[in-house]
Design a protein around this ligand. Structure first.
Ligand code: OAD
Length: 251
C-alpha cells in the first residue's frame, strides 16, 4: 500500500485535484445491497419494472414500493470505515477534493463528507412530477402525496434508466477535467456516463485508481488497482497517505 500511496502523492504533486467516484460496493459493508453482484438487487427485481419512467407511468405503486423499501432500510444502516476514510481524504485536500457518487443513500454525508455530487439522485428527496420542486422526504411516498407548490404528484428524486444524471452539465465534467487522481471505488463501471469518467481523466493525463473486490470490464484504464474491500483497503491507504503528507502526526 505504501507504493500505491507514493504514486498517488507523486501524481497529485503541488496543487493537483483529486476526484472520487463511488458505487454500490462502497456501501456493501454497511449492509446496503449492490445491484449486479451475487445477491444484488437486480436478481430480485427487473430494473425495467422499477427503475424507468415507463415503469412509473405504468405502475407507480410498484415503483414507490421499491424505493420506499430502500428508504426504510437506509434508516437501519450506518456508514462504514470506507466512508470514514473518504472523509479523511477530503480533509487532506480540502477544496481540491470532490466526491462523485452513484449512491442514492446518504452514508457519505452521515460519515462527514461535504463536497458530494449525487449523480443518480437521493433516496431522502422527492420531486414533483409537474413543477420539479425537490423536497426532503424521509418516509414513504404514496400516490396521495401532493406537491406543496402545485399539488402535482411526487416521485422519488432518483435518476432512472434513460434519464440524464444530475450534475453532468457542469459540475462533474469540471471536477474530472484536468484532475490529477481519480479513484473508482466499488462500482462495476457498467452504467454510463459514470463509467466514462475515468477515461476522461486518463485522457487528460490523470492517474486512475480502482478499488474493488475484483476486476471490472473497465479495469484496463486504471493504472493502479487495489483489490479488496473498500472498508479495509481505503483506511489502509489513508494511513499511508497521511504518513507521507503529515509525517509529524504519524505515530
Ligand atoms: P454494481 O452492483 O453494478 O457493482 C458493485 C461493484 O462493487 C462490483 O464491481 C463489486 O465487485 C464491487 N464491490 C462489492 N462489494 C465491495 C466492497 N466491499 N468493496 C469494494 N468493492 C465492492 O453497482 P454500481 O456500479 O454502483 O443506477 O451500479 C451502477 C448503477 O447501476 C447504480 O447507481 C444504479 C444501478 O442500476 C441506478 O439506479 C440509476
Amino acid at each position: 500500500m505504501k507504493d500505491a500511496a507514493r504514486r498517488i502523492i507523486d501524481a497529485i504533486g503541488e496543487g493537483g485535484r483529486v476526484a472520487v467516484m463511488t458505487g454500490a460496493g462502497s456501501s456493501a459493508e454497511s449492509g446496503v445491497r449492490t445491484f449486479r453482484d451475487r445477491g444484488g438487487l437486480w436478481e430480485d427485481y427487473s430494473l425495467e419494472e422499477v427503475a424507468t419512467s415507463e415503469a412509473f407511468a405504468t405502475n407507480p405503486s410498484r415503483v414507490h414500493e421499491f424505493y420506499n423499501t430502500r428508504r426504510a432500510h437506509l434508516a437501519t444502516v450506518q456508514p462504514n470505515d470506507g466512508h470514514r476514510a473518504l472523509v479523511r481524504l477530503e480533509s487532506l485536500f480540502g477544496d481540491r477534493f470532490a466526491l462523485i457518487t452513484q449512491h442514492v443513500d446518504d452514508l457519505h454525508e452521515r460519515a462527514g463528507s461535504r463536497r458530494v455530487f449525487h449523480m443518480h439522485g437521493e433516496l431522502y428527496k422527492a420531486r414533483c412530477v409537474e413543477c420539479s420542486d425537490v423536497v426532503e422526504w424521509m418516509g414513504d411516498i404514496s400516490l396521495d402525496d401532493g406537491c406543496r407548490s402545485c399539488s402535482g404528484s411526487m416521485r422519488p428524486h432518483i435518476v432512472w434508466f434513460g434519464e440524464v444524471p444530475f450534475f453532468m452539465e457542469e459540475e462533474i465534467p469540471d471536477v474530472c477535467d484536468g484532475c490529477a487522481v481519480f479513484f473508482s471505488i466499488g462500482t462495476s463501471g457498467t452504467v454510463y456516463p459514470a463509467a466514462g469518467l475515468a477515461s476522461m481523466v486518463s485522457l487528460g493525463g490523470g492517474l486512475c485508481v480502482e478499488i474493488n473486490l475484483e476486476t471490472t470490464p473497465g479495469s484496463g484504464i486504471f493504472e493502479l488497482q487495489i483489490e479488496g474491500k473498500a472498508g479495509e483497503r481505503l483506511p489502509a491507504l489513508l494511513d499511508e497517505l497521511e504518513a507521507l503528507l503529515k509525517p509529524e502526526e504519524a505515530v
